[in-house]
Design a protein around this ligand. Structure first.
Ligand code: AMP
Ligand code: ZN
Length: 118
């Protein structure tokens, strides 16, 4: 476990390969894999390899990575066939958003008409 990771974090264990996933995308800073409990026909989770708690420590050095998320999303949407039909990219941060895992992550949802936010 490197200093960039947190021992008891499920997503860090995915990054380390302890929990196997089907990788949909990988870059220097990010990986993406299918959500285990999909809310749409296409539901992919995009995460930084480094453990970043979105409630605490997104810092200046992390901003290039967040830009890379948009690039990853376009790439994944094309691979999964939803680039034309459309998709939603969102992050749950904090209790009111229902955030369950404290490792920054983005949900890419598509493949059906998505309802209003809220
Ligand atoms: P959030 O509610 O935004 O914190 O989302 C956490 C997401 O991680 C949920 O949609 C879970 O279904 C998903 N998840 C939890 N464990 C795994 C796993 N082992 N592999 C893939 N997705 C997972
Ligand atoms: Zn983590």
């Amino acid at each position: 476990m490197s200093k960039d990771q947190k021992e008891d974090c499920i997503f860090c264990q995915i990054v380390n390969g302890k929990i196997p996933v089907d990788l949909v995308y990988e870059s220097d800073d990010l990986i993406a894999f299918p959500d285990i409990n999909p809310k749409a026909p296409v539901h992919i989770v995009i995460i930084p390899k480094r453990h970043i708690d979105p409630n605490e420590d997104i810092s200046g050095t992390d901003y290039p990575m967040t830009g890379d998320v948009l690039k990853a999303a376009k790439n994944i949407a094309s691979k999964k066939g939803v680039a034309e039909s459309g998709f939603r990219l969102l992050a749950n941060v904090g209790a009111d958003a229902g955030q369950e895992i404290d490792h920054l992550h983005f949900h890419l949802l598509g493949g059906r008409r998505l309802g209003d936010l809220g």
